[in-house]
Design a binder for this molecule. Structure first.
Ligand code: PEP
Ligand code: MG
Length: 752
């Protein structure tokens, strides 16, 4: 046997030999036996053993060169047991000069491993999940070199992908390369609905056929070009002329640090030099980071993992180059991702996308907002999701309860199909009501409007039967763009919205950025309390150039038609006065240039900051209309962050304080004859909408999916009886009056 301590030579030819051995046909066991022999020979090790994880979680010796062959399929370790269990648990290599002296060493007499001291074990990682452990051992006490550790890790990665990607899995009885058992995960609902479909991974593993490079020099050049491209892109994002970036952005700074990080780059280069394709190298380095940082509890370290993940994604996009096209989806695709940027979702074929599952995110995250706008059921905050699901697995998204079922049992599928059928029937009923105006039984008209923010929403305006758009969130265009939309792009979108709406009114809300809606190209510092920070109209008034550009685009898009504009998060009458003055200024500017002024101009304020509720007597005479943004108003009234699942559902909108505040607003508007609408999410939920109608609100703007159910409620509602009931209930001392309001609604024969 050759001298130990010599690093693997001919790594590429080793990887090839492994590939050939695995593809050679014959029983799985003999192929694995050949593989461990090849690795032992190449690593100059006296022992090479492969342990695989069984569905029970136990690790089992599957093949060995050098240990007693009688131990194969006999030696098993519980999770966390022995050195092998420790490697599985940690997801990273163990390199020991004297293994029997390690506290975690578990002696197994049947293996005959007494004489071996030096031990190097590495996990077989797939997508950050350890499916097995590969071990080499030598008699002498020695520490394997960094190169050897790196080499063995590359072998382990290739082995993991090849074993998983081949038909071997079927033969390796009971081995859990991909999870098989049904699983139910509990998360949070981000976008309502139900879906049954097949898993599509947003970041699919590199196909085994694309693991090994044909031409290493060419592959090195590809990697280098991609890394340079990535670095240039990030440098440009930091220093580029994007008009408004005048402060460095911490996240980008961190990105920059990593993108230029020599360690990261070197790991990638080493992997390619050892025979991997550039894509496989990215996966390898990513997988290792995930395994290492994924267990970190420290939020700082977890954030760093995100940075690396994002960088890896960007690098893969650079490698895919210009020719990168949207992926083909199967019918009823359920997209599985850690988290998504809003633009990511729009890249998929909407007609085939049935649902979305996210490991992280929050219901206020961009992806969730876009999912709601597209009416794609979405459940988020599902810890460990990506490790538990494989491409093509059957999956259920239950966004009514906030759950996901992976590889569901037949009875679960059947129950879901029944629920899907009920939903379909209800949708058909709502569709029949599309052209029926929403009058209560006692003759009060309630105007139902739609919330929108993207081009795609325009297609469904007609389908919903909405009488107009009560809230157009203009910041969505900014959120889905890679860089700031210029004047022409803004004008074009607003023009399309008005064209699509025709005679129906559209209320454009000026940019509501800041808070949780951060843009890489338009940001200053991170804030301690972003929801209470520099956002919405505050940013607009401090940066009037941006707001004026938007107002100018709105006036240009109107081309002499009627125009409705409202400002978000107004907290004082002075802010509204200043914002309105900018509108007047822009109209005068257009007229001076001979451009048409809007035939009618309505300027309004959103009521979202509680302070305004006590100054409505001053505000209302200055406005043409107001709209209550209950999402924000309630988060400020209850001092509970709407994006934080720990507190966001803690306080009930159907409670005396919330409904009394709304009653105050409605009364003040009625007295001054100021048109008022409610455009927070509560307006789209039938029971909440019932309470609003009872309080006298007659304009409700909501997500498209809410219009049918709310109209059904209005048509069966007796407003006078509802008013009597609800106004009495809000004088009581209960913390929540949801049950009482529901009982009242049922008594009035409402379809709730
Ligand atoms: C609201 O706050 O209720 C609202 C409609 O605005 P957004 O949800 O966009 O903050
Ligand atoms: Mg708001």
């Amino acid at each position: 046997m050759a001298m130990p301590g010599v690093a693997i030579r001919g790594q590429r030819s080793l990887l090839r030999q492994i590939r050939e051995a695995l593809a050679s046909g014959g029983p799985a066991q003999s192929r694995l036996d050949i593989v461990v022999r090849i690795i032992a020979g190449s690593m100059v090790a006296e022992v090479c053993s492969l342990y695989m994880r069984r569905a029970s979680g136990d690790m089992e010796l599957f093949a060995t060169e050098g240990l007693d062959p009688g131990a194969v399929h006999v030696t098993r370790m519980k999770p966390g047991e022995g050195l092998v269990g420790e490697i599985m648990r940690l997801g990273r290599p163990l390199n020991l000069s004297d293994a029997p002296n390690h506290p975690a060493f578990s002696y197994r007499p049947e293996t005959g491993e007494d004489p071996f001291h030096a031990f190097l074990g590495v996990p077989l990682l797939r997508g950050g999940r350890a499916i097995g452990v590969l071990v080499v051992q030598n008699r002498t006490e020695r520490v394997y070199t960094d190169d050897e550790v790196e080499d063995l890790q590359i072998v382990a990665m290739v082995l993991a992908e090849m074993v998983a990607g081949s038909e071997l899995e079927g033969e390796l009885k009971g081995v859990e390369i991909a999870p098989h058992r049904p699983e139910r995960l509990i998360g949070s609902k981000f976008a309502d609905g139900l879906a049954l479909g097949v898993a599509v991974l947003h970041e699919p593993p590199v196909a085994p056929s694309q693991l090994l490079a044909e031409d290493v020099v060419a592959e090195e050049a590809r990697l280098k070009t991609a890394i340079l491209g990535l670095q240039a892109q990030i440098d440009d994002m930091l220093t580029g002329e994007h008009g408004l970036v005048d402060a460095s952005f911490e996240v980008l700074e961190t990105y920059k640090m990593f993108a230029h990080d020599r360690g990261w780059n070197r790991s990638l280069e080493d992997a390619v030099r050892n025979g991997l394709t550039a894509e496989a190298a990215v996966e390898r380095v990513r997988s290792e980071h995930r395994a290492r940082l994924g267990q970190a509890r420290d939020p700082y370290l977890r954030e760093r993992l995100h940075d690396f993940e994002d960088l890896a994604d960007r690098l893969l996009r650079h490698l895919a180059g210009e020719g990168h096209t949207a992926r083909d989806l199967p019918e009823n695709a359920i997209l599985i991702a850690r988290n998504l940027g809003p633009a990511d979702l729009l890249e998929y074929d909407r007609t085939k996308l049935a649902g979305l599952l996210l490991e992280e995110g929050s219901s206020a995250s961009h992806a969730a907002i876009v999912a709601r706008a597209l009416d794609i059921p979405c459940v988020g905050r599902l810890p460990g999701l990506r490790d538990k699901v494989s491409e093509g697995d059957p999956v259920i998204v239950d966004a009514e309860t906030g759950e996901a079922y992976l590889r569901p049992r037949a009875d679960v599928v059947k129950a879901l199909q029944a629920r899907l059928e009920v939903r379909k029937q209800r949708r058909a009923e709502f569709a029949k009501l599309r052209d029926t105006p929403a009058f209560t039984r006692d003759g009060a008209k309630v105007t139902l409007l739609m919330n929108a923010g993207l081009d795609v929403d325009l297609d469904i305006l007609g389908e919903t039967g909405a009488e107009g758009i009560g809230l157009f969130r203009t910041e969505f265009q900014f959120m889905v763009a890679e860089e700031m939309p210029r004047f022409n792009a803004q004008t074009a979108l607003y023009g399309r919205v008005m064209d699509a709406a025709g005679d129906r009114p559209v209320t454009f809300r000026t940019l509501d950025l800041g808070g949780d809606k951060v843009l890489p190209y338009l940001e200053a510092e991170r804030e301690e309390n972003p929801a209470l920070g520099w956002r919405a109209i505050r940013m607009g008034l401090d940066r009037p150039a941006l707001l004026r550009l938007q107002l100018r685009a709105l006036i240009a898009a109107a081309r002499g038609r009627a125009l409705r504009i409202m400002f978000p998060l107004v907290a004082s009458v002075d802010e509204f006065r200043a914002a309105r003055a900018l509108v007047d200024h822009e109209v005068a500017w257009a007229q001076r240039r001979g451009r048409p002024a809007p035939s009618r101009l309505d300027v309004g304020a959103m009521i979202e900051a509680p302070a305004l509720v006590w100054h409505l007597d001053a505000l209302l005479p200055m406005t043409d209309f107001v709209s209550v943004g209950t999402n924000d108003l309630m988060q400020y009234l209850f001092a509970a962050d709407r994006g934080n699942p720990r507190v966001s559902d803690r306080y009930d909108f159907l409670s005396p304080p919330a409904l009394r505040a709304l009653e105050m607003i409605q009364k003040a508007c009625e007295e001054t004859g100021t048109p008022v609408s409610v455009c927070g999410e509560m307006a789209g939920r039938p029971l909440e909408a019932f309470a609003l109608v009872a309080l006298g609100f007659d304009r409700l703007s909501m997500p498209p999916a809410g219009i049918g159910p709310v109209k059904q409620m209005v048509l069966s509602c007796d407003r006078e009886a509802a008013r009597r009931g609800v106004t009495a209930l809000i004088r009581t001392s209960a913390g929540s009056i949801r049950n009482e309001i529901e009982t009242l609604a049922r008594k009035l024969y409402l379809a709730i």
